[in-house]
Ligand binder design. Sequence first.
Ligand code: LLP
Length: 426
Amino acid sequence: MNLFAYRGGRLHCEELPVDELAERFGTPLYVYSAGTFRKHYARFTRAFAPLDPLICFSVKSCANLSVLRLLGSLGSGFDVVSGGELFRALQAGAPPEHIVFAGVGKTQEELTEAMQAGVGRINVESESELSVLSHVARRFDHPARVAVRIIPEVDARTPHHYTTTGTKDNKFGVPIEQAAALFRKYARVPVLRLCGLHLHIGSPVRTVEPYETAIGRAVALVDELRGEGFTVDTLDIGGGFPADYERAEALPAAAYAERIVPLLEGRGLRVVIEPGRCLAANAGILLTRVIHTKDTGRRRFVIVDAAMTELIRPALYDAYHFIWPTYAEGRVPVDWSREQPFEGLVRCDVVGPVCESGDFLARDRALPALRRDDLVAIFTCGAYAMSMSSQYNSRPRAAEVLVDGREPRLIRRRETYDDLVQAERV
Ligand code: LLP
């Protein structure tokens, strides 16, 4: 569900034809729909309302300050994983107590920054980190509020194994059976308030069962810890809820909530949830223009001005993103499936200008015949697109625009060549 739609054959973002945005702001261009963010946020909070959870938007999915401000204005807190993300969340005006700080390799400096800011919770991922934090926290007159990230040993069956995080083969968290020992050792350290558990099993998690299993294990651990006399008042169940890439394939938040809420209701736990993709992915597209086309005799290539630098997901995870021309009279796609039911489509690879064979956005895709200067939209680019972008091949980063109704607002200017070398003028 999103506010990108073809009207009169022209792709619109809310009230605006996207080709006008490309004319005005250039390409490649990330275009976000404020209304879609609002709808997704409302739908998510409504689904989990019986738990009255703290929703902490996962900053890594879409880190633009204006997007963070928009979600913050709706009541969202933030999940951050680095000093840089903490800085962004604070810059966006987030109340520090609505920030949770995860990450497997937080440095002493980052832990100090988290203490200085007074973040709501630090989700520690190893005994080593807990030990460093117990030293850092001595310098402050408030205790560190801490949750232990557990490995629930659940395979979330994510589409690519790189994004599975809840098993002992992954670097995140501490094995669930070691958590009680950490509580015994650290819960009574005066500068720590060790009173929560955290988990995040992967992303995207397309079925509910892995959550049920992981949360069930976490709740059993809460009972065990409470039985030993420890205070456990918070359970952070992470993110990982899906978005639509191919059709409307993502289960709605309500389908997850229906089975997660009963596991957590009435247990005296402050529930934290860290959605990223399910709020952001379908709220953004990437606009790109065809630079050249060519045929090698074996493959037809459509070379566009976006590349792995703007969207690395196809190269990194072999991820599928639907691509279609922004002008599509008579051929408006009904869904985002790989094979569209139109005559005269041409099979091609959509690739970027970067000097890597892995620089592709789509392979062997049947598309309307594309020509130089045609404008093309890549869908589901609101999450893990700009936030994973790079300047590889010395490509200035693209601009970002946030559309609200009829209003487009430039929320990140296009980088210049000068931006490429600024930090090197030392
Ligand atoms: N919480 C923690 C601790 C996380 O590590 C993540 C994502 C999230 C929440 C948010 O997950 P989401 O709700 O967005 O699925 N770059 C990959 C995804 C990696 C996600 C890493 N952690 C991609 O493009 O698919």
